[in-house]
Design a protein around this ligand. Structure first.
Ligand code: NAP
Length: 350
């Protein structure tokens, strides 16, 4: 594309905001032209406002760019939001009202009935909600959200199995990386040699978001999937990558081999459209007995693939498996970028 589409990043100084900056640096369609954050950062050069924690340098073109306040007067039509949830709700609404397309990572609007909770491989048809959203809220712009960083790995594994066999009940335990709590996040003293078996609000998100994402698109609305999920969420001493152990009960019984086959052969619209951020394959099935592991597998598909392993029978339910996904890429910035790509491919950004 000769002329890239200018985009802004709200919350550009945070953990997710930095990932947006990094992932958009060489994007073929989008170019970061605006950086915005809180009053603490506004007016400063980006390199002074942010405590850069990525393993690649700040892109040259953005190092001295001045960070702006999160006000809807940015010179772009599309904004990626990595805003803290304490402010994301109102700020994102103000941008949508002012005509911006907002790709949000925050929890605030995910479960609103007129807001798509989008995973392009699973529910691209849910973008149909934007018509209702604009009519109901009288917005020129729109809000599209991506799931919580633990929901994404789980739902990437569940959705193809739900389609093939029907998933009735799920028990999931998460082992969530430190970067999921933002920067600086939890203190080293609290985390060293330790596991914290509580992440505020997280279990509710993991139990409800997949039901919306796997919901059927009927009569211009979403009918939530009929499936029960019980979640235990834990914070572990890992830098990046959320690991989840999952037991599931199926409506139509299936062997571990049949489950592996469905997951390994899963492919969807983003792959068909060859969207720049779409991983091929979206789900990697590993046969090694002790994988996936965060350190070795989180960057699979440039951090966009879900890695599933240890698929085996469950003596209580039907099947057990382990799934890993990168929390700040597939679970945050990469997901929102893929959402923008499918919107572009389907004419929602014209
Ligand atoms: P973070 O590192 O704490 O960054 C928060 C960002 O919000 C910073 O840029 C901060 O700007 C900005 N901000 C805070 N208060 C503000 C205000 N009053 N006005 C304008 N901007 C303000 O958090 P994070 O981990 O990147 O998470 C960002 C969002 O993504 C959260 O809603 C989180 O739940 C969600 N999320 C995170 C992950 C993950 O793995 N980390 C995954 C999925 C979703 P200053 O630097 O100027 O304070």
């Amino acid at each position: 594309m000769a002329n890239k589409i200018p985009v802004g990043i709200l919350g550009a100084t945070g953990a997710v905001g930095q990932r947006f900056v990094q992932l958009l640096e060489h994007h073929p369609w989008f170019e970061t032209t605006e950086l915005a954050a809180s009053d603490r950062s506004a007016g400063k050069a980006y390199q002074d406002a942010t405590n850069w924690r990525q393993y690649t340098p700040i892109p040259d073109s953005l190092q001295t760019q001045v960070v702006k306040p999160c006000e809807p007067n940015l010179d772009c039509k599309i904004v990626f939001s990595g805003l803290d949830s304490s402010v994301a709700g109102e700020v994102e609404e103000a941008f949508a009202q002012a005509g911006y397309i907002v790709l949000s990572n925050s929890k605030n609007h995910r479960m609103d009935e007129d807001v798509p909770l989008l995973v392009p491989e699973i529910n691209p048809e849910h973008l149909g909600l934007l018509k209702t959203q604009r009519q109901r809220r009288n917005w020129a712009g729109a809000i599209v959200t991506n799931p919580n960083c633990s929901t994404i790995g789980l739902v990437m594994a569940l959705a193809p199995l739900h389609r093939a066999f029907g998933v009735k009940r799920v028990i999931v335990s998460t082992m969530q990386a430190l970067s999921g709590a933002g920067y600086p996040g939890l203190s080293a003293i609290d985390m060293l040699g330790n596991v914290i078996p509580y992440i505020g609000g997280e279990e509710d998100k993991v139990e409800t978001e997949p039901l919306k994402i796997m919901g059927a698109w009927q009569h211009d609305a979403i009918q939530f999937a009929d499936c029960k999920i019980s979640a235990h969420t834990n914070r572990v001493f890992v830098e990046d990558g959320h690991l989840e152990t999952v037991s599931l009960e199926l409506e139509k019984k299936a062997t571990p081999e049949e489950v592996a086959d469905v997951l390994a052969n899963f492919s969807a619209l983003p792959q068909e459209l060859k969207l720049p951020t779409a991983p091929i394959p979206p789900i990697i099935v590993t046969a090694e007995r002790d994988r996936p592991q965060p350190r070795f597998d989180r960057d699979a598909g440039k951090g966009m693939s879900a890695v599933v392993g240890r698929i085996r029978p469950c003596p209580v339910f039907d099947i057990r498996l382990v799934v890993l996904s990168h929390n700040t890429i597939r679970g945050a910035a990469g997901a929102a970028i893929l959402n923008a790509e499918i919107m572009k491919a389907q004419g929602y950004l014209d």
